[in-house]
Write a protein that binds this ligand. Sequence first.
Ligand code: GSH
Length: 225
Amino acid sequence: MLPILYSLQHCPYAMRARLGLLMAQQKVVLRAVVTKDKPAEMLAASPKGTIPVLVLPDQTVIDESLDIMVWALRQNDPQDLLHADAPSHLPAMLDLIQRNDQAFKPQLETYKKSKRFHLKTEAEEREKCETFIAELEQRLAAATDAKNNELNGHFIGSKPSLIDYALLPFVRQFARVNRPWFNQAPYPHLRLWLDTHLQSRLYSRAMAKYPLWLDNREECLLGED
Ligand SMILES: N[C@@H](CCC(=O)N[C@@H](CS)C(=O)NCC(=O)O)C(=O)O
């Protein structure tokens, strides 16, 4: 028996769960759902009704996206995204990701709305998001090899981490609100980081479209073409 992931294609939380599961090479059955018609099986496992939900073969339920990532990487972490040799890194990663979820994400929603409804507040709302965005840029810039004029820094330590995959869907949303603006904004390291991930094979595997599970209850595997 394999774990079952209830997933929504463009939900940033479901995206991060899929990225984490793929990075950890975990085989899971993916059940594609939509928010307006949540399967009874999913709600029975997790009555709070948010997506993603991972149900393990022993019926353990993990219904927070970050917990799914950490669970997956604790099973197998071939790229050492949890930085096993640097025990202080994981709490720092979780702290930054929590700030994304609790402060940046709500602000991003307000920014998205201001753009969608052509409100005069777009620039103002975007500026509030930029505190977090500028911090990400600074982290990448600080770790960049300036001598070689490269733009390939990391958020923590000297290699990719959980942060990259947990934040990717949210930074993508921020960049997409007004891409012409983002393209000229003073965030060259973050832009390169984002574009490199969006062009990766991993990202296209994580974004593959699956038939809705409730339509025919066909079992699909995450990451299989
Ligand atoms: N803290 C949760 C948030 C998940 C979340 O809010 N997902 C959205 C979809 S993007 C959702 O399920 N919303 C409930 C709904 O729309 O009914 C997590 O990290 O998994």
